[in-house]
Ligand binder design. Structure first.
Ligand code: HEC
Length: 101
C-alpha cells in the first residue's frame, strides 16, 4: 500500500476513535446528571473529586442502592470512570444541576 494511503487510513482511524470517545464522555455526563443529582446537589460530589476509582466504585454502587435503582454494571462503570477521571473542581461535575438533562 502506498505510504500516503496508509497515513490517510491512520488519520481516519484516529478520527473515528476520537469521535467515539467524545460520545462516550457525553453519555457518562448525561448518566451522571440523571442518576446522581436527584437526591443531592453536585457540590457534595464535587467535594470528593480526586479520589481513586475504588472510592467511586464503592460510592456509586452504594448511592444507587439507596433507592433500589436497577442499573447495569456498564452504566455504573461509566459513571465511576467519569468521576474518577475528573479533576477536583471539574466543571462537568461541579457546575451540573439536576434540572439540566
Ligand atoms: C436515593 C438518593 C441518592 C442518589 C440517587 C444518590 N445519592 Fe449520593 N447521597 C445520598 C445521601 C442520603 C447521602 C448522605 C450520606 C449517606 O446517607 O450515605 C449521599 C452522599 C453522597 C456523597 C458524600 C460522601 C458519602 O460517602 O456519603 C457522595 C460523594 C455522593 N453521595 C455521590 C453520589 C453519586 C456519584 C451518585 C450517582 C451515582 C449519587 N450520590 C446518587 C443520596 C443519594
Amino acid at each position: 500500500m502506498p505510504r500516503a494511503m496508509l497515513s490517510l487510513l491512520l488519520l481516519f482511524l484516529c478520527f473515528v476513535f476520537l469521535s467515539c470517545t467524545g460520545k462516550q464522555a457525553g453519555r457518562a455526563e448525561e448518566l451522571y446528571t440523571k442518576k446522581c443529582l436527584n437526591c443531592h446537589s453536585s457540590s457534595i460530589i464535587c467535594l470528593h473529586l480526586g479520589k481513586d476509582k475504588e472510592y467511586w466504585d464503592e460510592t456509586v454502587s452504594r448511592m444507587l442502592h439507596k433507592n433500589n435503582q436497577q442499573v447495569s454494571s456498564e452504566v455504573v462503570a461509566m459513571i465511576v470512570d467519569f468521576l474518577s477521571q475528573s479533576q477536583p473542581g471539574a466543571e462537568q461535575v461541579c457546575q451540573r444541576t439536576g434540572s439540566q438533562s
